[in-house]
Design a protein around this ligand. Structure first.
Ligand SMILES: Cc1cc2nc3c(=O)[nH]c(=O)nc-3n(C[C@H](O)[C@H](O)[C@H](O)COP(=O)(O)O)c2cc1C
Length: 190
């Protein structure tokens, strides 16, 4: 798949078919994610790929974030969108696999920021590679409200949670949220 096609057409998917993607496909996607750049090449990440009962238990924990999240969403979204998100968080759209990305923590805030940015690069690689493989994803940080529970479940209480993503075959064409006309300045091009 052409890179620009992947970047422009990747979307966040919130409805999934129950079919499990082949492990070899997931491994290709994760390998592409792991080739992301990272500050000082620290590669400060760890991935947990969950299916079956692990996925079910994990989703159950993630769904607890909804209570806290709804307070914020009420200030941001229309009623209908709030309900959509609430349904999504209750079962992650029925995705058969969930990937959690955890990061090393660093006491120096600048280095920790580099760790977080490195993790974000990995996440974007993962999403684009999944799209190229015909799989849907949805980058999620809403579950950070239950970060401690998530880290305990993963057996990584000393890490920080970057984000999670469900991954699987999409069951519904997602909307294309428009992009805002943010400033892009061009200096010295006259
Ligand atoms: C850092 C980050 C956090 C996000 N967290 C959530 C989330 O918790 N729940 C959710 O449904 N979508 C989440 N999203 C997906 C965004 O809502 C989505 O990317 C945005 O609306 C643009 O839509 P698109 O990805 O289809 O282009 C997140 C995306 C990013 C980059």
């Amino acid at each position: 798949m052409d890179l620009y096609e992947a970047i422009l057409n990747r979307r966040s998917h919130r409805f999934y078919k129950p079919d499990l993607p082949p492990r070899v496909v997931l491994e290709r996607i994760i390998n592409a994610a792991l080739w992301a750049p990272s500050g000082t090449n620290a590669q400060p990440w760890e991935l947990t790929v969950m299916a079956g009962r692990y996925r079910d238990e994990f989703v159950q924990i993630c769904s607890r974030s909804l209570t806290a999240l709804m307070d914020y969403l009420r200030t941001q979204l229309e009623e209908k969108q709030q309900q959509l998100i609430a349904r999504f968080f209750s079962n992650l759209g029925g995705a058969p696999v969930v990937i959690a990305v955890t990061l090393f923590k660093h006491p120096d805030p600048h280095i920790n920021l580099a760790n977080i940015q490195s993790g974000a690069a990995l996440m974007q690689n993962l999403l684009l590679a999944a799209h190229a493989e015909g799989l849907g994803t949805c980058w999620m940080t809403g579950v950070k409200y239950v970060e401690k529970d998530i880290l305990d479940y993963l057996g990584k209480p000393d890490r920080q949670l970057l984000a999670i993503t469900p991954i699987g075959y999409s069951a519904k064409e997602p909307p294309v949220p428009p992009r805002k006309d943010r400033e892009v300045r061009w200096l010295g091009f006259d």
